[in-house]
Design a protein around this ligand. Structure first.
Ligand code: FES
Length: 182
């Protein structure tokens, strides 16, 4: 016996299937384009970064540090510590500028006024007022920078000229030019 002929789909059901198919096609199309443009965006960003590399803006190596009379004799002044990592010391025999970087592993020692010494918070190195290392693991004195009188009588610290501390050596004797005598 012949199989009964299937009834033709009703126009309403066919229209529903078409709408569903179109809806799914649209969704996949949106997702596909979204992925495409995301990838293009990432490549575009990488490409743009190639033309605009990272630039590090550092403060200039030389800076004016005010007038000598602003530094009392015997003072260890940390007003430039945060910005330039420099301590200015004024002793009776002159001024000198210490690099505030520990010569052990590069931490930032603090000045302890009551003990008259710099103390490194990392591993306990101690430095005297003139930068000489005397306790802890630091192998050499603190470095110094050039300090001179600029135009108008202001102190200028030039961090592009460095006097590196040498183990066992007195920086005052080794680098008399690191001292500004006024
Ligand atoms: S970094 Fe200063 S003691 Fe180690």
């Amino acid at each position: 016996m012949a199989a009964p002929a299937t009834a033709p789909a009703r126009p309403q059901a066919r229209a529903g299937a078409t709408t569903r198919r179109k809806f799914l096609t649209d969704i996949f199309s949106v997702i596909g384009w979204g992925i495409f443009w995301s990838i293009m965006g990432i490549f575009g960003w990488i490409f743009a970064r190639f033309f605009f590399p990272n630039v590090l803006f550092e403060p200039p190596p030389a800076f004016e540090a005010g007038f000598p009379h602003e530094y009392p004799v015997g003072s260890v002044d940390g007003r430039w510590k945060d910005r330039y990592n420099v301590w200015i010391v004024h002793e009776p025999y002159g001024f000198f500028a210490l690099d505030g970087t520990c010569t052990h592993l590069g931490c930032k020692p603090n000045w302890i006024e009551v003990e008259q010494k710099f103390k490194c918070p990392c591993h306990g190195s101690g430095f005297r007022k003139d930068g000489t290392n005397f306790e802890g693991p630091a192998p050499r004195p603190l470095d110094r920078y050039k300090i001179y009188l600029g135009e108008g009588g202001r102190l200028v610290v030039d961090r592009s000229v460095k006097f590196p501390g040498v183990p066992g050596k007195d920086s005052n004797e080794l680098y008399p030019q690191s001292i500004l005598r006024i």
